[in-house]
Design a binder for this molecule. Structure first.
Ligand SMILES: Nc1ncnc2c1ncn2[C@@H]1O[C@H](COP(=O)(O)OP(=O)(O)O)[C@@H](O)[C@H]1O
Ligand SMILES: [Mg+2]
Length: 340
């Protein structure tokens, strides 16, 4: 988008055209509520000199970055027809052949759905149905619709137009990578020639986009939200292009799970995650309960559960702190309330 156009539009118009801009404003601590009728230059003119100084606001540069962000995101999201707005699951049968008792389960773009149930109950099978875009041709007899329609065959057979990214087996290992290794992994799965040059280019590009610089040896789990986003935008990986992400039991990763997930997911995707881990399960907007191979219930995460989630996250931090101390050979003493 040309800068001359960008600076003429009201923020509300920009958000209507590019809903992902909200994430940019949030990440940069730019409060736009009540100011949607302003253009970007008018908006930045509302900050007084002290604020500009304290918060190091550089309007000119931010507007430039917004323009870049829009361009990158459009490239990253792909063509309109490739956007998956909904995934619908139509009922099949459980392991005993009984019909599943729901009409249609519609999952919308941006939703995170967790899948819970005992081992062997059929969680991976459900993920498999979605990956295969089942049409009554799997053991469950479920049907999967994409955008309310029987999907184009290209989703099934083309590896370049992948509908689904699986983060199953390799997830733990992915989370231990450095920025360089992470990009290299993607480069290897896509591009064979000039690998080194392309990796450098991606990392440089990400550094241009990110506010704070990071080096190729930085572990991906210690990137900030903005840095991860920049890396994802700069990286044209298969993972980042797939509109649906399936995650099968990644719990054994002893690291900051939320941070890793934030890196691997983005707001415009549909995420389905089979898990036994309460933290991961409650991170979902809803959870599907599987019993005997069938979808038994769908539960919306309650407000109380969200509060419990934040308690669990604190416990998790404490556990992590103990683990770190133990690992480095220290004597364990009581750690008081590890925050944030
Ligand atoms: N609705 C179903 N009908 C028939 N077989 C099923 C059904 N759901 C799951 N299965 C089978 O049950 C077995 C265990 O399922 P799986 O998805 O691996 O369980 P989980 O991931 O919950 O441990 C697999 O062989 C799977 O194909
Ligand atoms: Mg499984």
């Amino acid at each position: 988008m040309k800068k001359s156009e960008l600076i003429k539009k009201q923020i509300s118009e920009l958000l209507a055209d590019f809903p992902f801009l909200q994430a940019f404003f949030n990440d940069n601590g730019l409060e736009i509520e009540g100011k949607e009728a302003l253009t970007l230059p008018q908006y930045f003119a509302t900050f007084d000199e002290d604020e500009i100084e304290d918060r190091a606001i550089d309007a000119e540069n931010l507007i430039f970055q917004i323009g870049e962000f829009i361009e990158q995101m459009i490239a990253f999201l792909g063509k309109d027809e490739d956007i998956v707005k909904t995934v619908s699951i139509l009922p099949g049968t459980d392991k005993s052949g009984n019909a599943e008792k729901f009409n249609e389960l519609v999952i919308k773009q941006g939703e995170i759905i967790s899948i819970v149930g005992p081992t062997g109950s059929g969680k991976s099978r459900l993920l498999g149905d979605i990956e295969w875009v089942a049409q009554n041709d799997t053991p469950t007899s479920r049907k999967i619709l994409i955008n309310n329609d029987i999907p184009d065959k290209k989703w099934r057979f083309s590896s370049s137009d992948k509908l689904v990214a699986q983060l199953s087996q390799n997830m733990n290992f992915v989370m231990d990578l450095s920025v360089y290794e992470f990009v290299e992994l993607h480069a290897e799965s896509r591009l064979v020639e000039n690998k080194e040059i392309i990796i450098k280019r991606i990392i440089n590009k990400a550094n241009d986009l990110a506010g704070e610089k990071f080096s190729p040896d930085t572990p991906i789990t210690s990137l900030s939200g903005g840095q991860s986003r920049a890396l994802m935008i700069a990286d044209t990986a298969i993972l980042s292009k797939s509109p649906i992400i399936l995650i099968d039991e990644i719990e054994n990763a002893g690291i900051d799970r939320k941070r890793a997930l934030r890196l691997l997911l983005s707001e415009d995707k549909i995420v389905l995650m089979a898990t036994h881990d309460p933290i991961l399960a409650l991170m979902g907007d809803r959870r599907i309960v599987i019993k005997n191979g069938g979808i038994h219930k769908v539960i919306e995460t309650t407000d109380q559960e969200r509060e419990i989630l934040s308690e669990l996250e604190k416990l998790d931090k404490t556990l992590l702190a103990y683990r770190t101390k133990l690992r480095s050979g220290e004597i364990i003493e009581k750690i008081e309330n590890v925050n944030r």
